[in-house]
Design a protein around this ligand. Structure first.
Ligand code: ZN
Length: 203
């Protein structure tokens, strides 16, 4: 399986990092070794002093496909959850300045935390999914999927032009504004339409 991530998919987040709003999705990937299940401890990496959380809606691909038309994209997923795209922001800033790929800052071990999946049919408002992210019990990020620049179906159509999608692949759909630092002993939680689907301790 592979983990495909979308960058700069919310205008307010692109602005907070001083990035331009792109015309087409910014895509990067993480390897399977980046996966961390909810409930496990996340170990703060030694190579960064500025670890940021980015809470994102995560879609699990349920059916293989290539060049998927946007109108058929809904047939390729049945479950959704929240995840954390952990980012070594100091490392990423250096790579960005040099125009280099982001993998060292984004694709390290445990950098893709994935919550418990919920069936797509159980989502009460699929056109505007609401989610919140808490650090030590305080809400630090709030997302509404209607603010995504590229919809889930649009992302699947776009991404599948370049990469075949396979059942089990995960798509991180980008973070809303409010990204920020975390440190050892922090407790991170994510709530999808009122259901707590993710809980991680930073060690
Ligand atoms: Zn992200």
């Amino acid at each position: 399986m592979k983990i495909i991530c979308i960058g700069r998919n919310y205008a307010e987040h692109a602005k907070e990092l001083g990035n331009q709003i792109p015309d087409e999705p910014v895509i990067f990937m993480k390897p399977e070794t980046a996966l961390l299940a909810s409930g496990q401890a996340f170990h703060y990496p030694s190579f960064t002093r500025q670890l940021h959380y980015e809470c994102e809606l995560v879609v699990k691909i349920s059916k293989n496909g290539k060049n998927i038309p946007v109108e058929n994209a809904g047939q390729h997923y049945q479950e959704v959850t929240l995840g954390i795209d952990f980012t070594a922001r100091d490392v990423q800033d250096k790579l960005k300045q040099k125009g280099l790929p982001w993998e060292k800052a984004k694709a390290f071990d445990q950098s893709a935390v994935v919550g418990e999946f919920v069936p797509w049919e159980s989502i009460s408002n699929p056109a505007d999914i609401h989610f919140t992210f808490l650090k030590n019990g305080e809400i630090v990020q709030e997302g509404f999927s209607s603010l995504m620049l590229h919809t889930i179906d649009g992302i699947i159509a776009h991404v599948s032009q370049f990469f075949s999608l396979e059942a089990g692949d995960l798509i991180f759909t980008g973070t809303p504004a409010g990204v920020g630092p975390c440190a050892p002993t922090d407790h991170l939680e994510a709530v999808l339409e009122g259901r707590k689907v993710l809980s991680v301790m930073v060690a």
